[in-house]
Design a protein around this ligand. Structure first.
Ligand code: SF4
Ligand code: SF4
Length: 428
């Protein structure tokens, strides 16, 4: 049984600096020699001829595995397909990686402009689900699980990451258009825009949405935290936001939707916060699919042996092992860490110092929970120690005296439990 709805969440403790009003201009990376597009489905069965190596693709062209309905990816460049291979992402996410050698000039595909003329939301969603910010618009077309509230998060979901907030502050007109079009085309009953409290007065009254302020303290900007604050509920085991009729979207995605439906072209440049080894920040704009190595080159970052490359921010990011890893539609940050400044995780046991409990905004007995998770006892962790109250902020891992990768254990546990087929379903 979960205790959190009863006790509620504690006030987050880490405040962060908001972007100043004199916004830094992002560095723009011109078209790289190759991009890698990630089609979100595994390879298998006969592929469409459009995916054959040697085939030319146009900027804005929708690529799918075959002609059957299913996931697609929009090409961010004009060029020739050189390679198609299987790629395994974290937590079992399967992709087909499509490597495209780019041409200097763009030739645009007209498929999206045609989809804009039709009233079919599903056709639009095929194109728009891969825009910067990666909004899952297909959820708006599912009659089994209708969405009643879209929540746009305008703050960022990790410390030091400015991507979303930069978009909120610099692209208000596109966001307003995106909100208008979501209302008109998707018929969303309620749209809520969350913005950091200190800049609330700049946004209230400018959108066809309810604007709410969230304190600029980490992890208030996390979707799980916003969900709890808004609905006074947590997601229980096996539940998703969609089951609750809620769709979360980054502000960057809403701005991209506004831009796409106005220009009749699918936006293809992702904004990324780049943190160098000295902790300095730059904003970079690059085509989706650009290898991270190109971004490091453009920002003067050179990695040495044992340095670490992280996709995401310091609290929730994930280490990657190749500079060929592409920027994806949901890549908000890239962080380089110098080997001398990396605090390694360890196999030391928990010493019950209590640091994790003091910092946890969900008031979880993290020291006990982690013992169950280390032993693979995920269901007990969920049933007895509030695994599902965790908002995945990573503060516990950050402060852990024994350097236990607690957040990774928690994410793995949720992933494994979600994979388990309920007995009744298996018997059907
Ligand atoms: S990640 Fe850790 S600190 Fe954050 S809510 Fe979960 S258990 Fe608490
Ligand atoms: S911070 Fe780490 S060592 Fe300390 S009680 Fe929590 S899990 Fe144990």
């Amino acid at each position: 049984m979960l205790s959190k709805p009863f006790f509620g969440y504690a006030n987050p403790k880490f405040t962060y600096e908001l972007l100043s009003t004199s916004l830094p201009r992002p560095v723009t990376i011109t078209s790289p020699p190759v991009v890698t597009l990630m089609l979100p489905r595994k390879m298998g069965g006969a592929a469409s001829p459009q995916l054959k190596p040697g085939t030319r693709v146009l900027t804005g062209q929708l690529l799918t595995w075959d002609d059957a309905p299913g996931p697609g990816v929009v090409s961010s460049v004009t060029g020739t397909i050189r390679q198609v291979s299987a790629h395994l992402g974290d937590y079992g996410r399967k992709y087909t990686a499509i490597v495209v050698e780019t041409e200097k000039a763009d030739e645009f595909d007209e498929g999206f402009a045609a989809a804009c003329e039709s009233a079919d939301l599903s056709g639009l969603a095929d194109y728009l689900s891969g825009v910067p910010g990666s909004p899952d618009l297909h959820q708006l077309t599912d009659p089994q699980k209708p969405i009643h509230t879209i929540i746009i998060y305008g703050g960022d979901t990790d410390l030091l990451v400015d991507t979303n907030l930069f978009v909120v502050k610099s692209r208000m007109a596109d966001i307003a258009k995106g909100i208008h079009l979501l209302k008109a085309k998707a018929g969303a009953e309620k749209i809520v825009l969350t913005v950091p409290g200190e800049s609330f007065q700049n946004f209230d009254g400018h959108f066809e949405a309810e604007v709410i302020a969230v304190p600029n303290a980490y992890p208030y900007g996390q979707p799980l935290m916003i969900f709890y604050q808004r609905f006074n509920r947590i997601l229980d085991q096996g539940q998703t936001f969609q089951d609750q009729g809620v769709l979360f979207m980054r502000a960057e995605a809403v701005a991209a939707i506004g831009q796409a439906l106005t220009e009749k072209r699918v936006p293809n440049e992702k904004l990324v916060t780049v943190l160098d080894k000295q902790g300095r920040k730059r904003l970079v704009s690059a085509r989706i699919g650009t290898p991270i190595g190109e971004i490091l080159k453009a920002t003067g970052i050179t990695l040495q042996e044992r340095d670490r490359l992280v996709l995401g921010g310091p609290m929730t990011g994930t280490a990657v092992f190749s500079e060929d890893q592409p920027v994806m539609a949901d890549t908000d940050a890239i962080m380089a860490q110098d080997a001398s400044r990396i605090t390694a995780t360890s196999d030391y046991p928990c010493i019950n110092c209590g640091e994790c409990i003091r910092v946890c905004p969900a008031n979880i007995a993290v020291n006990i929970l982690v013992r169950f998770l280390e032993a693979g006892e995920y269901q007990e962790g969920a049933d007895l120690y509030d695994l599902y109250a965790c908002v995945e902020c990573g503060l516990c891992s950050f402060v852990c005296t024994s350097r236990i990768p607690i957040l990774q254990y928690i994410k793995l546990a949720k992933f494994e439990l979600a994979r388990e087929v309920p007995v009744e379903e298996a018997n059907e």
